[in-house]
Design a protein around this ligand. Structure first.
Ligand code: SF4
Length: 230
């Protein structure tokens, strides 16, 4: 088939389906091995010198007790996913299921995140997921400012090593942590902002939709926006 014919067929298909055109399911968005690697730039506040790899970094901090959460956690929750991901999701802190398994976003909120990714054709394995804190605050209370400050170099080092194109903040704690703002979610959600040479998108935490399913339409819109950026 000629290129012009293929393009015409594609445009006709788009016109036919309009908003209902389905994206391919669970497509990998991993950086291509052929992609010329960007030179790793340590973000301000990252561990210096940068560790050689994410795995080496995890090994070096997995017994951290720099804040009190190190005494109460069951498991350290470093992060999960592709070390070459183009997209990194940042949540708040491990919850009960994450604390038990050592893997971020494995409970009901994690399942919803997986579903929302699949709905826009993104395979969870091709992104990277972590939290602002690596240890669970007791009773799932909000992270304390001193806990966030103590754990901050770890997140910044992870982002430096992965060097994604897009960072998605899941909820106000992640957004406030990375943007250094206390603006409310209504002023941040659904916006794409330049951040440290990357794009930063803010959306609600999936746990919010579990409590307010009528609001998930906003999350769906944000994930479509994310897909359009890739
Ligand atoms: S929350 Fe962060 S700083 Fe605190 S003990 Fe865990 S890894 Fe260390």
């Amino acid at each position: 088939m000629s290129k012009s014919r293929a393009v015409r067929d594609y445009l006709e298909t788009l016109a036919l389906f309009e908003e209902d055109l389905y994206l391919p399911r669970e497509q990998s968005i991993r950086k291509s091995d052929a992609t010329v690697p960007r030179e790793l730039k340590a973000l301000e506040g990252a561990v210096s010198p940068l560790p050689a790899s994410l795995a080496e970094f995890e090994q070096s901090i997995c017994n951290c007790v720099r804040c009190a959460l190190g005494q109460t956690r069951t498991k350290f929750v470093f992060g999960d996913g592709d070390a070459k991901a183009r997209v990194v999701f940042v949540g708040e802190a491990p919850g009960h299921d994450e604390d038990q398994t050592g893997i971020p976003f494995v409970g009901r909120a994690g399942q919803l995140l997986n579903d929302m990714l699949a709905e826009v054709g993104i395979d969870r394995k091709s992104v990277y997921i972590c939290n602002t804190l690596k240890c669970r605050p007791p009773g799932n209370r909000d992270p304390l400012p001193e806990e966030k400050a103590t754990c901050r170099p770890y997140l910044r080092t992870q982002l430096s090593l992965i060097s994604p194109e897009i960072v998605v903040c899941l909820g106000k704690h992640a957004a406030n942590e990375l943007l250094g703002t206390d603006l409310p979610m209504k002023d941040l959600r659904g916006r794409v902002m330049p951040w440290e040479g990357m794009k930063l998108l803010v959306t609600y935490h999936p746990a919010y939709y579990l409590r307010n399913m009528s609001q998930k339409v906003h999350g769906d819109a944000d994930f479509k926006l994310l897909r359009s950026l890739l």
